[in-house]
Ligand binder design. Structure first.
Ligand code: LER
Ligand code: MN
Length: 266
């Protein structure tokens, strides 16, 4: 397993981001702390210099396991299930643009909050159909790029909160390049057993977010990381564990402590 940390290429409302902006400076620090890669949270690929990101990270020998896309919803309101067709199409086009960037970086594309929320005036069936169609439209765009559905806890999302719901959606979409991203923070809220949920996802588990129970760095709360990592090994997970954590007590301490703690287990 490899260790990563999330960096947002721009400022954002979402709080569980250790690093925001100043890519060159922060990437050098992240490398120095001993991470293998950086997960990039990018609102819109049009707003970043893609070639510069690629050359900077190649030079530092840091890989990009995944690109986070939720800010398109959080900052702009784009969603796969918005009642307005134009907004739904913009969300699909945004993910296609993210897939283009991701292919260049060798990364996967996260499907989190861009799914959107249920609208009281839209039927459950219609919302579920739009969601499946949007995912199929993106998945078939480029089957070399993996799309990873992240179950998100009920306080942040009402469309796929549990691993079981994530599996059901993935199975409905029926594309091998669609898999799951599990996040310990959300699983601690939603899952009866984090370990059984990892076993349920098995070979369709493509990416993994780590944060402790309080969304601080691993080791700062009460999650059992040795057992979580053992379970990941048991299902032969060989991808990244990527720290999506609050920048507390400050970004550098959070990053340093993530490495110090996790290197005992991965
Ligand atoms: C994103 O990876 C995440 O975990 C969510 O909490 C986004 O709001
Ligand atoms: Mn997450």
């Amino acid at each position: 397993m490899k260790l990563g940390i999330v960096l947002s290429t721009q400022s954002a409302k979402f709080s569980a981001l250790a690093y925001k902006g100043q890519l060159a400076e922060n990437a050098a620090k992240i490398k120095g702390y001993g991470f293998d890669g950086i997960e990039l949270a990018i609102r819109d690929p049009k707003l970043v210099n893609q070639a510069e990101i690629k050359s900077l990270l190649t030079e530092l020998e840091l890989t990009v396991p995944a690109v986070g896309t939720g800010q398109a919803f959080g900052e702009e309101g784009l969603s796969f299930v918005h009642p307005d067709q134009t907004i739904r199409h913009q969300a699909i086009d945004r993910i296609k643009a993210q897939m283009h960037l991701a292919e260049m970086l060798g990364a996967m594309v996260i499907i989190g909050l861009i799914r959107g929320f249920r609208d009281k005036d839209v039927s459950t069936h219609q919302t579920d159909t739009w969601l499946v169609e949007a995912l199929r439209g993106c998945a078939q765009e480029n089957e070399r790029v993996k799309l990873i559905i992240e179950p998100i806890n009920r306080y942040e999302c009402d469309l796929v909160c549990t691993v079981q719901e994530g599996m059901e959606l993935m199975e409905k979409v029926e594309y091998p390049n669609v898999g799951l991203l599990l996040d310990t923070f959300h699983m601690n809220i939603e899952e009866p057993s984090i370990y059984e949920s990892i076993r349920l996802a098995k070979e369709r588990l493509y990416h993994f977010h780590i944060a402790d129970s309080n969304r601080w760095y691993p080791g700062a709360g009460h999650l059992n990381f040795p057992k979580i990592i053992d379970t990941l090994s048991e299902v032969d997970y060989q991808g990244y564990v990527s720290a999506e954590i609050l920048p507390l007590p400050d970004p550098d301490t959070a990053a340093e402590r993530t490495v110090a703690y996790m290197q005992n287990y991965i």
